[in-house]
Ligand binder design. Structure first.
Ligand SMILES: Cc1cc2nc3c(=O)[nH]c(=O)nc-3n(C[C@H](O)[C@H](O)[C@H](O)COP(=O)(O)OP(=O)(O)OC[C@H]3O[C@@H](n4cnc5c(N)ncnc54)[C@H](O)[C@@H]3O)c2cc1C
Length: 400
């Protein structure tokens, strides 16, 4: 018998599910509310598409935090190396950047997505764009809103790969949440992940330094310390080093109302040596110009010191050196989810079986970012979308 499979959501999770099924000879129809596929994937490629990470597999899987054990069986079947091999098979070589992150040659997502879509079409995939899924109708038919009419589709199995709630202009607007909740599916609230945070900056910082990169420093929060860089924004801070801590910071703000991070602005200089340097006679020089001459600290990075240190302590070498080594910044709120790179929360794993099929809705499977897991940037997001998408493809093959 010819099975009819409807995949709703043409992001990486939906497309890899499609590929898994098509390669096994199963016909698929792929629906998306947008006029084309993979819009968030393309957006991800704009800053350099970080496909996966080359670090040891144990460390890699630990990046999924408390969802590591749940995701591990899927990741075991679609490892970072499998993802690289998959790209190569599409004619796109990958390389390991200096940080261990893996990128496609040329960094962008366009060649990869173009080759991928061409392969899916050649395998027989049928795409239906501008089809917005709005729920189920009578007899569990899928209801799609199209430009001029509602269309009902019956399918033997349904794959929901509808994404999270960040950057809704790419199509992932989380409008699926009330639809699934109405069917008794447990969905944990979506929250911003890999997001920036608000800080009450002075007008001086906002006016003069918004948009400035703050490079080579370490950030400490809780038990974790990490070296990296971030961007000072008009509202606060954002960028890779902040994203690496965003889950912990977000959760602390949720419980305590704010979160204090500590920065070491000169991580390669010992505190004692710095104190000694700053204690030397500086003649008529201001502390700020002395600091610049002796330590290289200047611009936005140096102004963080004057932002938090009371003016009467600006000439005190002990106070200045200790603030440089442990500068407190109070973060008061995460930026809105629409601005985030990804979202935490989503369909609870308790609602799913090991093939990622919903207990309450036999024949309906979920994969990708709409599931309740989160991970930092570093290629972990896409890898888990691919891994869960492939698992759903295999799950459907087993189920059929
Ligand atoms: C700026 C940015 C940079 C990123 N960079 C990276 C990176 O370098 N590395 C990395 O690993 N990850 C990165 N990510 C995250 C990564 O892109 C996402 O985690 C990934 O795209 C999620 O895949 P998905 O298939 O689950 O969902 P999505 O890619 O969000 O796709 C969901 C699809 O479902 C469709 N859809 C939603 N609702 C409906 C509906 N009701 N009816 C029909 N269709 C619907 C949407 O139109 C969309 O096409 C980045 C994200 C952003 C925003």
């Amino acid at each position: 018998m010819h099975n009819k499979i409807a995949i709703i959501g043409a992001g990486p999770a939906g497309l890899i599910t499609a590929e898994t099924l098509l390669k096994a000879g199963v016909q698929v129809d792929i629906y998306d509310s947008m006029p084309s596929a993979g819009r968030k994937f393309l957006l991800a490629g704009k800053g350099g598409l970080n496909l996966t990470h080359s670090e040891g597999y144990e460390k890699f899987s630990s990046r999924y935090g408390d969802k590591r054990d749940i995701l591990k069986p899927y990741l075991d079947n679609f490892t970072p190396n499998d993802l690289r091999a998959w790209a190569k098979e599409l004619g796109v070589e990958t390389f390991i950047g200096s940080s261990g992150r893996v990128f496609p040659e040329g960094m962008g997502a366009v060649p990869l997505l173009d080759a991928w879509l061409a392969r899916l079409v050649s395998l027989g995939a049928v795409f239906h764009f501008r089809y917005r899924w709005v729920g189920w109708g009578a007899d569990n038919a899928l209801r799609f809103a199209t430009k001029d009419k509602e269309i009902l589709v019956n399918a033997d199995a349904v794959v929901l790969t509808l994404g999270g709630a960040s950057r809704p202009k790419t199509g992932s607007d989380a409008a699926w949440i009330p639809i699934l909740k109405a069917r008794g599916i447990e969905v944990n609230p979506l929250k911003p992940s890999n997001c920036g945070f608000d800080i009450h900056w002075s007008e001086h910082i906002k006016k003069n330094f918004a948009g400035s990169p703050i490079k080579t420093l370490t950030l400490s929060f809780g038990k974790k310390t990490q070296k990296g860089e971030f961007i000072l924004t008009e509202n606060g801070v954002e960028g890779s080093l902040i994203y690496a801590f965003s889950a912990e910071i977000r959760d602390e703000i949720e419980t305590k109302g704010n979160a204090e991070i500590r920065l070491d602005l000169l991580p390669d200089t010992a505190a004692e040596k710095l104190h000694k340097t700053l204690s030397q006679p500086r003649g008529s020089r201001s502390m700020s110009s002395f600091l610049k001459k002796r330590t290289g600290l200047s611009g936005a990075k140096a102004n963080l010191i004057w932002e938090v240190l009371p003016r009467e302590e600006w000439n005190d070498p002990a106070k200045v050196s200790s603030i440089i080594k442990s500068l407190p910044l109070k973060l008061i709120a995460p930026r809105p989810i629409e601005e985030a790179i990804s979202s935490a929360g989503g369909v609870s794993f308790d609602a799913l079986d090991e093939n990622l099929m919903l207990h309450n809705l036999p024949g309906v499977f979920c994969a990708g970012e709409m599931l309740d897991w989160e991970a930092p940037t570093g290629g972990y997001l896409l890898t888990a979308c691919f891994a869960t998408g492939q698992a759903v493809g295999n799950g459907i093959l087993a189920w059929l």
